[in-house]
Design a protein around this ligand. Structure first.
Ligand SMILES: Cc1ncc(C[n+]2csc(CCOP(=O)(O)OP(=O)(O)O)c2C)c(N)n1
Ligand SMILES: [Mg+2]
Length: 356
């Protein structure tokens, strides 16, 4: 099996040549964003356990790929996310209280509860609302990239998928079309080894995702998805290639889903906790922190100041989001029709009136 590309060595040391062209401030901000995601994740899962939101899809262990791919893209590039990239909506400017309102599904949520939790949307941030149907993101990303190509806008698209999505029909249709027509798209497969309870070896008979790219005539790159620097560089290069007009790339970011598939899942029922511990030892946040400490860019006091501040900010945003009203029942019709037919209005009145 081809080993994934890595920049952060075993002791989190990085040779000068391998280091991406990022300033010290940028290197630190990559870490801060990863930690912010981790704290948000922990808080949202706690809210779900307290019955304050209905559902949440945690991303613990996958923060490096999320932050690296966000950083690699220009603001004008489009994001077509799958389930684990919600934090990119916030990195692109979705106010946190709106994201939390989306999880609650109240009146502050731009979709007013009409999308499943974690399916954020941010039009001005070019972050497309997620489609729940696995694999459809691939065709959507290809279509968006074709539009950018026709418009000669110079924009590219990041289309995300999980390892499970490689078995969906859209994987073939989307990758094939994108390669034939040289669509400016980079497919980022977060191979977190699991599709709910289905392990990667039951997903496909080949031993990695990147190899599948050769069947479509595009490069396939296997990168260590727990290495924020390696993933940044690989995706940056792939986006440049796409914008040069050389077509798509399939990037396999090798990572691990440390927690359950979602708040509705109990992974202890189907996986060996010993293997989970092996992956936790390769945790992307800890690993990158060791690098920053080694470079003299981070230390314990910065860590505790940052964690306390972010935790406090999120707690405040939770209060703001929870203060919003529930979605009004009449929005069921007023959000659909500009001029509501009087017969429908009457129907609605009867349906919502107290029968007693
Ligand atoms: C077509 C389709 N089949 C089944 C599901 C139910 N489902 C939701 S997430 C998921 C697993 C996805 O696994 P993967 O693509 O590896 O992404 P991950 O959740 O690991 O990030 C499944 C089967 C769905 N949403 N769509
Ligand atoms: Mg998966």
């Amino acid at each position: 099996m081809s080993e994934p590309i890595t920049v952060l060595g075993t002791k989190s040391k990085v040779g000068k040549k391998a280091r991406p062209d990022l300033s010290d401030a940028e290197l630190v901000s990559l870490y801060e964003e990863m930690v912010r995601i981790r704290i948000f994740d922990r808080r949202m899962l706690a809210l779900q356990r307290q019955g304050r939101i209905g559902f949440y899809g945690p991303v613990k262990g996958q923060e490096a790929t999320i932050v690296a791919t966000w950083k690699a893209a220009d603001e004008r590039d489009w994001i077509v996310p799958a389930l684990r990239e919600g934090a990119i909506a916030m990195l692109r400017g979705l106010p946190q209280e709106l994201a939390i309102a989306q999880l609650i599904g109240n009146d502050l949520d731009v979709c007013r509860g009409r999308q499943m939790p974690c399916h954020y949307t941010l039009k001005e941030g070019r972050y497309v609302a997620m489609s729940s149907v696995i694999g459809t993101q691939i065709s959507h990303a290809t279509g968006l990239a074709m539009a950018a190509k026709y418009a000669k806008s110079g924009e590219a698209v990041l289309g995300y998928l999980g390892d499970g999505a490689t078995s969906a029909n859209d994987f073939h249709a989307g990758l094939n079309f994108a390669a034939v027509f040289k669509a400016p798209v980079v497919f980022v497969c977060q191979n977190n080894q699991w599709s709910i309870s289905v392990p990667f070896e039951k997903q496909t008979a080949v031993d990695n995702v990147a190899i599948k790219a050769s069947a479509y005539g595009m490069p396939g790159v296997r990168v260590d998805g727990n290495d924020v620097l390696a993933t940044y560089q690989v995706v940056r290069d792939a986006l440049e290639r796409a914008k040069r007009g050389d077509g798509p790339t399939l990037v396999e970011a090798v990572t691990y889903r440390q927690l359950g598939h979602s708040s509705s899942d109990d992974p202890t029922r189907y996986r060996d906790e010993g293997k989970v511990a092996d992956w936790i030892a390769k945790d992307p946040v800890e690993r990158y922190r060791r690098f920053l400490e080694h470079e003299g860019l981070w230390d314990e006091s910065k860590e505790s100041e940052f964690v306390d501040r972010v935790d406090g900010e999120i707690a405040k945003k939770v209060r703001e989001a929870e203060a919003a009203s529930p979605v009004s029942a009449d929005s069921l019709i007023t959000d659909v029709f500009h001029d509501v037919d009087p017969r429908l209005q009457e129907h609605f009145r009867i349906a919502t009136s107290d029968p007693r």
